[in-house]
Design a protein around this ligand. Structure first.
Ligand SMILES: NC(=O)c1ccc[n+]([C@@H]2O[C@H](COP(=O)([O-])OP(=O)(O)OC[C@H]3O[C@@H](n4cnc5c(N)ncnc54)[C@H](OP(=O)(O)O)[C@@H]3O)[C@@H](O)[C@H]2O)c1
Length: 231
């Protein structure tokens, strides 16, 4: 395969939603724990998230003052040395994520220490590129204004030797992957809750695909894990 193997790993409500208040209700705590345990058991080279999830989970909206940076006028991928075997791949088309370090700072071993890779489009501020270079944060280009998932994945394989990644949401980035036929496996931790009407589905703007159930387990407190592969 000329791209990494992609496992979409998510907590869902029983009605298939992945965002919203239900995730923070006490009834969802056991499912969240199972989710993190399974995350650590997968032998992947890291994880992918959309810009919104990266912001809410890690950067908390911090952004550098770009005034102090020069400009990088080319649209060439930037691959500094110091390769890693564990990556946090950020689908950040406009370069909105502010990182204080070039790796994820988090106590959870499923995330902490992951080396950041920014996946960008040509629609990015030239000064943001200078900022990423100063931080030695690798970046790749994969489209004009929207990220072409297959181009991004093939570059991740080619430049970083990445073989497998967890796709960990949210709904919008998952939808892009599903529409690109770039999901090989789905790992769903279903919490015993239903979600609000405004919450988003597993795949935003998804399409119908056939799946095969490979495994299913029941955990305490009504949590169910289901593992599907492409048919
Ligand atoms: N249930 C779970 O297991 C789970 C896991 C993770 C997250 N979540 C929840 O999901 C919520 C966020 O989900 P979300 O669906 O709103 O957002 P998201 O998927 O995290 O991020 C969406 C953003 O990513 C960028 N993006 C991703 N793929 C792109 C592509 N191919 N082309 C162009 N842009 C692309 C765009 O950024 P721009 O807006 O900058 O253009 C887009 O608006 C979080 O708040 C969290 O609560 C749940």
């Amino acid at each position: 395969m000329d791209r990494p193997y992609i496992i979409c790993h998510m907590v869902t409500s029983v009605d298939g939603k992945v965002t919203g208040d239900f995730l923070y209700m006490p009834r969802c705590e056991a499912a969240t724990q199972v989710y993190y345990d399974i995350n650590r058991s997968y032998k992947s080279n890291g994880f992918i998230c959309g810009r919104v999830t990266m912001e809410s989970s890690f950067t908390e909206g911090w952004y550098p003052d770009l005034e102090g940076y020069g400009t990088v006028n080319t649209r060439e991928d930037f691959i500094p040395p110091n390769a890693s075997d564990f990556y946090a791949v950020c689908f950040d088309p406009k370069g909105k994520l502010g990182w204080k370090e070039n790796k994820i700072i988090d106590d959870d071993p499923g995330y902490g220490g992951a080396r950041i890779i920014e996946v960008l489009t040509n629609n990015v501020d030239n000064r943001y590129l200078a900022y990423l270079r100063e931080k030695e944060i690798p970046y790749i280009f994969a489209g004009e204004t929207e990220i072409d998932v297959l181009i991004a994945l093939s570059k991740l394989k080619q430049h970083f030797g990445i073989d497998a990644l967890l796709l960990e949401g949210g709904s919008i980035v998952n939808g892009y992957f599903e529409r690109a036929d770039a999901i090989d496996e789905i790992s769903l931790v279903v919490a015993p809750l239903s979600a609000d009407k405004n919450d988003k589905p597993l795949f935003m703007d998804g399409k119908a695909i056939a799946l095969e159930l490979k495994d299913i387990k029941q955990y305490n407190e009504g949590v169910v894990w289901m593992n599907y592969r492409r048919k």
